[in-house]
Design a protein around this ligand. Structure first.
Ligand code: GLN
Length: 454
């Protein structure tokens, strides 16, 4: 099979299913075919080939791609063509993958269902009346629908793991700092991480291997040695100690989801691991803490979209201030505006101590909950989300209900630790995700457990 044929198969699949799934904002057909032709020249020669040679990949539309429109699914960036590639995109290029297109998302990664996209809603390939999850809904749906081999998403509070769970695929949020954020349009800089989405744990490890590692262009990038993740996929979990937080399997978690997670734990027990119930007592504050911190950071990060430097500019403004106001009012959607207002309020003088500072302190307590459990256990396991994919329209009018759906993924970002979502069965015909959480930079073990279970 040539790379050109593989890439053609990807576009054929897209033309077959995309009308229903709607995962892509922009296709890179010409560019991809050109890349494929170049890679094909290497086939049949002795030239060294990358780990992921010729494989079709999709990229979330908040990761910049040189000359390929990058919108963050926002009207304000509708016509934005970046002048450079994100570090992860460069690394995928070095690994000789082929970028098939840019994937739909909740505007600026704010949302849990893809319904906040400024353009259209992506649908869940398992049942198109249901959401694919979010914000990396296009990234998860495109892999689940077989349009690409794998994709990149970003995860600030669950945006890789929750859509992976909803679409029955594998999604990893790496340790904060493991993967460069250079070229990821910032939402909440202290929480954002880029993560791989794939059909199998093995593919996921391959993908992480090629994108992880220190980058001078990101000051929060960690300078750590990158282990060989594939060598961790031994299938051996004997003697491994698993913690199951009671807060993750209690009230609010759907019965069908709990059942599947319990079955998964039994399976891991059969493989020789043991598990015990523990407590992460500050979990109940995680959603409030996250929405204060993430919105505060977002309000600062999104100040750059002013109608001057990037994208959309409103017509007919009488002066500069009015031009800013009009451009931002017309360019941003409702959810983005809600977050900017919330964040600006939380950071304003007189309120800073009561909200932002308090939230930072609670963040430390949440992190310490994990540190304590990890003194005695190898991994923490629970569901990825309290429910399976909900129906389109079901939660969109009530932001708080939507926010609470992130309750099991948010604490992980606040603590900065890695976590993967792997499919662990179906409930009412829709996929359930098992979340495996590890110590900082212990992706190897997270992969090992996920792989043994898979
Ligand atoms: N759903 C969460 C939010 O709306 C998380 C989003 C994300 O991880 N980007 O903020």
């Amino acid at each position: 099979l040539s790379v050109s044929e593989l890439v053609q198969a990807s576009y054929d699949r897209i033309s077959h299913v995309e009308e229903k799934v709607k995962a892509f904002v922009t296709l890179n057909e010409e560019g991809a075919k050109e890349t494929a032709r170049k890679l094909d020249e290497k086939l049949g020669t002795d030239a060294a080939r990358g780990l992921l040679f010729g494989l079709p990949v999709g990229v979330k539309d908040n990761i910049v791609t040189k000359g390929l429109r990058t919108t963050c699914s926002s009207k304000i960036l509708e016509n934005y063509d970046p002048v450079h590639n994100a570090t992860v995109v460069e690394r995928l290029r070095n690994a000789e993958t082929v970028t098939i297109g840019k994937l739909n998302m909740d505007e600026f990664a704010m949302g849990s269902s893809n319904e906040n996209s400024g353009f259209f809603k992506t649908r869940n390939p398992w049942n198109t009346e249901h959401v694919p999850g979010g914000s990396s809904g296009g990234s998860a749906a495109s892999v689940a629908a077989g349009e690409v081999f794998f994709s990149l998403g970003s995860d600030t509070g669950g945006s890789v793991r929750q859509p992976a769970a909803f679409c029955g695929v594998v999604g990893l949020k790496p340790t904060y700092g493991l993967v460069s954020r250079y070229g990821l349009v910032a939402f909440a800089s202290s929480l954002d991480q880029i993560g791989p989405i794939s059909k199998t744990v093995e593919d996921n490890a391959f993908l992480l291997q090629s994108i992880a590692g220190h980058d001078n262009l990101d000051s929060t990038s960690a300078n750590v040695d990158i282990p060989d993740y594939l060598s961790q996929l031994t299938g051996d979990v004997k003697g491994l100690k698993i913690a199951v937080p009671k807060e993750y399997i209690g009230e609010g978690v759907e019965e069908g989801v709990r059942e599947k997670v319990m079955e998964a734990l039994k399976q891991l027990e059969k493989l020789g691991a043991t598990w015990e119930e523990v407590s992460l007592p500050h979990s109940k504050y995680a959603v409030a803490t996250y929405y204060l911190l993430a919105s505060s950071e977002a309000s600062a990060n999104l100040a750059r979209f002013d109608g001057v430097r990037y994208g959309y500019r409103a017509d007919d403004a009488e002066n500069l201030i009015e031009m800013y106001k009009k451009s931002r009012s017309e360019g941003f959607g409702d959810e983005v505006k809600r977050r900017i207002m919330l964040g600006t309020f939380a950071l304003s003088s007189g309120y800073y101590d009561a909200y932002y500072k308090k939230a930072q302190q609670v963040r430390t307590l949440i992190k310490q909950d994990f540190d304590k459990v990890f003194e005695d256990y190898d991994v923490v396991i629970g569901p990825t989300a309290p429910t399976t994919a909900f129906k389109i329209g079901e939660k969109i009018d009530d932001p708080l209900t939507m926010y609470v759906n992130d309750i099991l993924t948010i604490p992980i970002n606040l603590a900065g630790v890695p976590a993967i979502s792997v499919p662990c069965g179906l409930s009412n015909g829709l996929p359930v995700g098992l979340q495996i959480i590890g110590k900082h930079f212990d992706e190897g073990k997270v992969f090992r457990v996920a792989h043994a279970f898979e």
